[in-house]
Design a protein around this ligand. Structure first.
Ligand SMILES: NCCCN[C@H]1CC[C@H](N)CC1
Length: 292
């Protein structure tokens, strides 16, 4: 349905494309920000596509939503105030809801149509909006964070699309500085950080910015998502100074967190072993060997 040429010409992954067999087109539309497509695939359940880029599928979304949420939230003793940037599908909200210590969940998503479409076609993700702690803000996260009070959040999760559309500003230094200001002392950020096979230069640049901006700790973790280009996606875990943090061996292991099933579904991917495995020694593969 989307021309193959558009796939091959995507500057984020030139020369490669990934295809899924389409059983039925469920929704096609255009918001002020992006084209939105939902289709039923033969083998991955429903699939959400924004501007020709797969955002999530029923089958493998757990690998992304659980990791992007529990890597930060399990690394600090008792997260209370959490902010999600992007995440309009609601999957991250579903995962945050497993943490009983959390008291408020702010989400800032720029595209109302993505929210409406996911509420209709992805009930297992949009269930996240049902949690009473959730407060939805529809608008630009750059403005939202600029107007946020200083030191408000224990954790900020940036669950954005790729930095070639509405999410472009979310990998630039000013944005990271507004995040650091909005975090409490010792607060943590988990930011989408693309593929270590495809985006080593972008990751290096983001690492440099994060090391300047967050004096606590900066680590790179990855997970396996078969429907994302190169089959992996990475995260930057950053801690603001002020409290010891250990991302690799969580102080708040998920197994101890009550309400693991409160979100309506057992965890399907994340556990403490997967957490430990997901961190890459930055000096090793693939940042050194893969640089073209
Ligand atoms: N909340 C759904 C995940 C959105 N994250 C992005 C989807 C597109 C990918 N190329 C990068 C991650």
């Amino acid at each position: 349905k989307t021309s193959k040429m558009q796939y091959y010409n995507n500057p984020m992954w030139p020369g490669e494309a990934h295809s899924l067999k389409v059983e039925k087109i469920l929704y096609q539309g255009k918001s002020p920000y992006q084209e939105i497509l939902v289709f039923e695939s033969s083998t991955y359940g429903n699939v959400l596509v924004l501007d020709g880029i797969v955002q999530l599928t029923d089958k493998d979304e757990c690998a992304y939503q659980e990791m992007v949420t529990h890597l930060p939230l399990c690394s600090i003793p008792s997260p209370k105030n959490v902010l999600v940037v992007g995440g309009g599908d609601g999957g991250v909200l579903r995962e945050i809801a497993r943490h009983d210590s959390v008291e408020t969940i702010d989400i800032c998503e720029i595209d109302q149509l993505v929210i409406d479409v996911c509420k209709e076609f992805f009930p297992n993700l949009s269930i996240g909006y049902k949690d009473p702690r959730v407060r939805l803000h529809v608008g630009d996260a750059v403005d939202f964070l600029r107007n946020s009070p200083e030191g408000k959040y224990d954790a900020i999760i940036v669950d954005s699309s790729d930095p070639i559309g509405p999410a472009q500003a979310l990998v630039e230094k000013p944005f990271f500085q507004t995040i650091a200001r909005a975090l409490k002392s010792g607060g943590v950020l988990c930011n989408l950080a693309e593929s270590m096979w495809l985006h080593t230069h972008l990751i290096q640049d983001m690492l440099a910015i994060c090391r300047q901006t967050f004096k606590g700790a900066v680590h790179y973790a990855w997970t396996s998502v078969p429907t994302y280009p190169s089959g992996v996606i990475g995260f930057l875990l950053c801690a603001k100074e002020g409290r010891p943090v250990n991302f690799l061996t969580p102080v708040n292991p998920i197994e101890k967190i009550q309400g693991a099933t409160k979100a309506g579904k057992e965890l399907r991917f994340y556990n403490s072993e997967v957490c430990a495995m997901s961190f890459v020694a930055l000096a090793a593969f693939p940042f050194q060997r893969l640089r073209p």
